[in-house]
Design a protein around this ligand. Structure first.
Ligand code: GLV
Ligand code: MN
Ligand code: MN
Length: 434
């Protein structure tokens, strides 16, 4: 929590995400005021007033509000919206025909995430449709806008859950049994939100109808700013995964239990977090413990258990494995030293992704003709596009992030760059679907 002063004063209202840039377009500005209008409508949904970050977790009221917003916006543009059996939203522009061009991203967020991660790709897709409709573009191929569910895995632990279910990368029974931090299963959460979890599972029929998927996303890192480029293209995604570490100790009194008698799981956990940092630095990887749950979480008690999640990523799979093995074996010896039990379970893994080169070359040529020089970048961030890439030709566009910060309320993109993203995406859709 932040913001409330010691006197309990009301926290300051977070500034609008696009700063003061929302003034009406000047006559010389390119078309596209719809982006700012769309953004303004979506901006308050699921936003935490204390931090300015987003808590748009799947199958919650915030998620429902985002879905309703998307459905309304798509409907206003004459698109037919459907929710698939896995909870992903699809908005079809024109009749559904084979070889469709799909664009979109996700509307869920990490805890206190930024407003752009995922949402930018969805808002941009709607605004790109506006641009194309304004010029009476006739789509030869069907166009669909997609918003995938639980991309961040913030509630049920498995990232890109909606696209993994769609492609068959996750077993539906295992998905139904996933739990959130309160013990609610995905099946229960979907049922409570009015969706039938019994229908979860792969949809080859849907995938077979997709000719290409293009996801636009805010840049997560700071490569485009020094290159002076508003828009970039993805080369691929680093392999990455999540591992759950469970440290089991014995609860005791913080004042009376002698240090020598304790079996305190916090201590091997703390050493393991440092070991992860060392292993990552040594291997050219990144490794993060970003989520920790302590039982029973009392100030004056030695904890009984610590659950912590390791997120590890590297340019190649062998390095991820080497890093995780090093962390795990260091953790085993810390646990032994403190009389603490350890169990480690992999909760998700995404192999190295290389996006379709022919599609990327075609998009680069389209962007060049539209006046964009789009550098090609690798990324350590996961995306639904990375999951779909196993089944359909897939590409990603990035919009410049001037600070590089992401998964944080400080995540930002300038309005002019977002609008450049709209024009770039519209040009790509026009080329691919025209
Ligand atoms: C999603 O943004 C991820 O990279 O974990
Ligand atoms: Mn994210
Ligand atoms: Mn994202």
């Amino acid at each position: 929590m932040s913001g409330a002063g010691p006197g309990g004063t009301t926290p300051p209202k977070p500034p609008p995400l696009l700063g003061g840039n929302l003034s009406p377009q000047t006559p010389s500005a390119p078309p596209g005021p719809t982006f700012a209008e769309l953004w303004r409508e979506l901006e308050p949904l699921g936003r935490n007033p204390d931090t300015g970050g987003y808590r748009r977790y799947s199958w919650t009221p915030a998620d429902a509000a985002c879905r309703a917003w998307f459905t309304r916006q798509a409907g206003q543009r004459g698109l037919a919206v459907e929710t698939d059996n896995n909870g992903n939203l699809w908005a079809w522009w024109g009749p559904k025909r084979p070889d469709a061009i799909v664009t979109g991203s996700h509307l869920d967020s990490v805890p206190d995430g930024g407003g752009f991660d995922g949402a930018l790709g969805v808002v941009t897709a709607l605004a790109a449709v506006d641009l194309l409709q304004e010029k009476s573009f006739y789509a030869e191929r069907s166009v669909a806008l997609a918003a995938f569910t639980e991309e961040e895995g913030a509630r049920f632990g498995v990232p890109c859950l909606g696209s993994r279910l769609l492609t068959g990368a996750v077993d539906p029974d295992a998905a139904r049994a996933l739990t959130d931090d309160t013990g609610t299963t995905l099946a229960q959460a979907m049922t409570a939100a009015g969706h039938d979890p019994g229908r979860l599972g792969p949809r080859d029929d849907l995938l077979d109808g997709i000719g290409a998927f293009v996801e636009l996303h805010v840049e997560q890192g700071r490569a485009l700013a020094p290159m002076g480029a508003a828009v970039g293209l993805a080369e691929g995604i680093w392999p990455h995964g999540r591992w759950r570490f469970e440290f089991g100790g014995r609860a005791d009194h913080a004042g009376t239990a002698r240090l020598a008698d304790r079996r305190d799981p916090m201590l091997p956990y703390a050493s393991t977090a440092l070991a992860a940092r060392h292993a990552a630095a040594e291997n050219g990887a990144v490794a993060t413990f970003g989520k920790v749950i302590v039982e029973p979480n009392g100030t004056n008690a030695v904890p009984s258990a610590v659950r912590a999640w390791l997120d590890a990523r590297a340019p190649d799979e062998a390095t991820v494995e080497e890093t995780v093995t090093a962390v795990r074996s260091a953790s085993e010896s810390f646990c032994e030293e403190h009389g603490v039990t350890l169990s480690v379970r992999q909760e998700s893994f995404t192999p190295l992704v290389r996006f379709d080169e022919a599609l990327r070359d075609r998009i680069a040529a389209t962007l060049a003709a539209a006046g964009f020089s789009a550098p090609v970048l690798p990324t350590g961030a996961g995306h639904d596009a990375g999951v779909l890439a196993a089944c359909v030709p897939t590409a990603m566009l990035f919009v410049r992030n001037p600070t590089g910060i992401s998964h944080s309320p400080a995540e930002h993109a300038d309005l002019a760059d977002c609008e450049a993203g709209v024009r770039a995406l519209a040009a790509v859709l026009e080329d691919l679907a025209g």
